[in-house]
Ligand binder design. Structure first.
Ligand code: NI
Ligand code: MN
Length: 217
């Protein structure tokens, strides 16, 4: 399975199905690719409806006939646009096209419903995408029940966790590997991923990617 950080919170997972989380490409100054450069996706998972997470989601869903996975209120809006959508809520697990999505808490805000993160199970691997969130001990639930093989954690501060909190989140989630996201897209969320790596220490393997870079699970 190839996993690519596209910049900001956008993550592309290419396995037995292709999944994109929080596509934000066209208006993203740090994006590695435009929507036209994204391969066909089967599923689009949305953590919340702030513009920097949802802006390209519906257009991409229409292009590819992809299924949107989202909080109930966002799924209803997708459905109104004729998009196949699977609504859910925190605590729920659904299976879509062979991929499992468990919706977990994110401590943040949104226009519609409640923001969330996901534990995605695909091809025997568990990937946690935290969405936009502050630090919460609820992340220990992710650690106890799901023990992710790989996590994507925001480190940019101002709107999410900073490097100190995110390092604690890596510990709470017991993740094996972690990629920092949601930083250096704009000046207000500047952060040093090397500082994050130093703070995580031996609790997890920190993999610092540049937008567009991939890793294999
Ligand atoms: Ni947000
Ligand atoms: Mn955001």
């Amino acid at each position: 399975m190839r996993i690519t950080w596209l910049g900001h919170a956008s993550v592309l997972i290419e396995g037995s199905v292709n999944i994109i989380v929080d596509p934000f490409l066209e208006q993203n100054p740090a994006a590695a690719r435009k929507v036209s450069e994204i391969p066909r996706v089967d599923i689009i998972a949305i953590t919340h409806d702030h513009e920097d997470h949802i802006s390209d989601a519906f257009a991409l869903a229409k292009r590819d006939g992809a299924t949107v996975v989202a909080m109930h209120e966002i799924a209803v809006k997708a459905g109104e646009e004729g998009i196949a959508a699977e609504g859910m809520n925190i605590g729920g697990t659904i299976e879509v096209k062979g991929a499992k999505f468990t919706m977990v808490l994110a401590v943040h805000s949104s226009y519609s419903g409640h923001p969330c993160g996901y534990v995605i199970t695909l091809d025997g691997k568990r990937i946690y995408h935290a969405g936009d969130t502050g630090l919460t001990r609820d992340m220990e639930i992710v650690g106890e029940l799901y023990t992710p093989d790989l996590s994507f954690l925001p480190i940019g501060s101002r709107y999410t966790m900073d490097v100190v909190q995110a390092a604690k989140a890596a510990e709470y989630t017991r993740t094996k590997k972690v990629v920092p996201i949601h930083y250096n897209t704009w000046p207000p969320i500047q952060a040093d991923p090397e500082e994050f790596k130093r703070l995580v220490g031996d609790k997890a393997e920190v993999i610092i990617l540049k937008p567009g870079e991939s890793l294999h699970l």
